[in-house]
Design a protein around this ligand. Structure first.
Ligand SMILES: [Fe+2]
Ligand SMILES: [Fe+2]
Length: 136
């Protein structure tokens, strides 16, 4: 299966729960890409659009849950980045549900660019805080 995103060690941040979710998200994006590329039915693309979007929601909320719980110093600026991404996703979602299925590709590209950049820069900033609060 051709991959849209190839998982690399450099994406690991060293906190299991988070790494597992990041990896799962990359898997989902790859499956989504594959479904889209094969020219599968709208229903199938729909399912993956929703699956990916729902999982992103879970992931961002998990990080934010810990930000609050551990009173993470940079939680506000981190949440602003999450919100930016939520808004972009929402815009694409609206287009998608109005019948523009080609936005699936835009969505995947956004994910690849935003998400990979985000996990390698912003997410690294909470490692110390999360670890100091017992996550491993
Ligand atoms: Fe993350
Ligand atoms: Fe994040």
């Amino acid at each position: 299966m051709e991959k849209f995103i190839v998982w690399e060690k450099k994406y690991l941040i060293g906190i299991n729960e988070i790494d597992e979710q990041h990896e799962k998200l990359i898997d989902l994006i790859n499956e989504f890409y594959w479904t889209f590329k094969q020219g599968r039915s709208r229903e199938d693309i729909n399912i993956f659009f929703k699956k990916t979007k729902d999982f992103i929601k879970i992931h961002l909320e998990l990080e934010e849950y810990y930000f609050e719980k551990f009173n993470f110093e940079f939680k506000d600026e981190h949440k602003i980045q999450h919100d930016f991404f939520r808004n972009e996703t929402k815009k694409l979602e609206e287009k998608f549900y109005s019948g523009e299925y080609t936005v699936s590709y835009e969505f995947m590209s956004l994910l690849r660019k935003w998400f990979l950049d985000h996990i390698q820069t912003s997410d690294r900033k909470y490692i110390e805080c999360f670890k100091a609060n017992g996550l491993m």
